[in-house]
Design a protein around this ligand. Sequence first.
Ligand code: SF4
Ligand code: SF4
Length: 146
Amino acid sequence: MENFWEKKTLSQMSSSEWESLCDGCGKCCLNKIIDDETEELHFTNVACHLLHSKTCQCKKYEKRLKLVPDCVKISLDDIDQFHWLPASCAYRLLVEEKPLPEWHPLLTGSKSAMHTGGHSIRGKIVSETQIDPENLEDYIAIWPAE
Ligand code: SF4
Ligand code: SF4
């Protein structure tokens, strides 16, 4: 049987289908740096202070947009910005007409394979409260973009 994400476009999905696409990796909650000259985007391993380092979930999901002005609600209105998402992000993958990875929770039924396979932020981050923001460049990391 065809999966809903294979037979529907993003705009045809219900809100619960849309939400279920998010694997909960937490990578989109990492601080990013944009190079002034090249406009290249770099991920860091420095996380938003509301990101839980073990569950990889937002600690204040319902209030996040009020509490963190930089927090981005991923929606179809911003589809032209999806290339800023990690390459493993389901929303970006579907826009690029690529399949979901084999470890995606919708395919495996849980987040275990994602975490054990190293596809989430678990065990890899520091909180933005623990660093000097002036030194953010020292925390540039390649893995979140993958
Ligand atoms: S990067 Fe994509 S899949 Fe991962 S938590 Fe963010 S929105 Fe969800
Ligand atoms: S406030 Fe936004 S960026 Fe921060 S952890 Fe929550 S969802 Fe992620």
